[in-house]
Design a protein around this ligand. Sequence first.
Ligand code: BT5
Length: 246
Amino acid sequence: MTDITHIWRIKKMDSVTSTNDEARRGAESNEREGLVVWALQQTTGRGRYGRTWESPEGNLYVSILLRPGCDLKHVPRFGFIAALTVHDTVHALLPDANVTLKWPNDVLVNGKKISGVLLEASAAPNQRVLWAIVGIGLNVEHHPDNPSYPATSLEAEGTPSTELEEILDTLLDRFYYWKKLNEEEGFEPIRNAWLTAAQKGRLSVRLPQETVEGEFAALDDNGALVLRLADGSKKVIAAGDVFLTN
Ligand code: BT5
């Protein structure tokens, strides 16, 4: 096995506003790729679209700094890489559970959300990415009672081990695997692996102005969701919230 421990530089903190904020400070003060900010709790953990990510002590909160040098349109790939990473990590701890993926980057255990991913990036005027931050939250001991989507934690699903350091080790190992695969073979194997574990079928997607219902048709090259609508037409959705209707 490759020794990958030298690739990551873990900055462990007791508490922070958001690990993505700390990773961004690193990015803006010229930290190299591989900085991993790990906090035991977050005081203002963030979800997408300015939503709150509940972040009490006992769960895993990490942000990975990347300098992929790619075009900005390819940054969403890292969200799928992160989802596969969490999928593998959860599967290792709960081998009998039904671990599935929900577009874009959620991981569900027995139909409930156990993890979320927050991507942030900055690019030069020519769209070259200067830095990308992959924020991952994984519920280990706690999960909220009334979220917009049913939630769970590793402990609630019966994992025997909730040792955060061990979970983080597995997570970074798997992230390295998928990231390297993307570098060597491009998005195709990532897309295929994601599709294999994804909840497809009939989906309901909440957009800012409307809710769209349709059949899962594809995941495009940029990670957008392609839905087949009732009239047979296709709709490409770059961002939104998916609710499963079957
Ligand atoms: C996400 O947003 O799922 C992305 C969450 C990313 C969190 C990580 S933790 C490390 C890094 N630092 C940060 O500040 N963020 C990242 P979204 O799809 O918008 O889901 C947010 C919604 O999920 C909320 O509006 C709640 O309804 C629900 N929610 C909040 N906390 C949750 C939790 N711990 N587990 C499950 N659902 C939660």
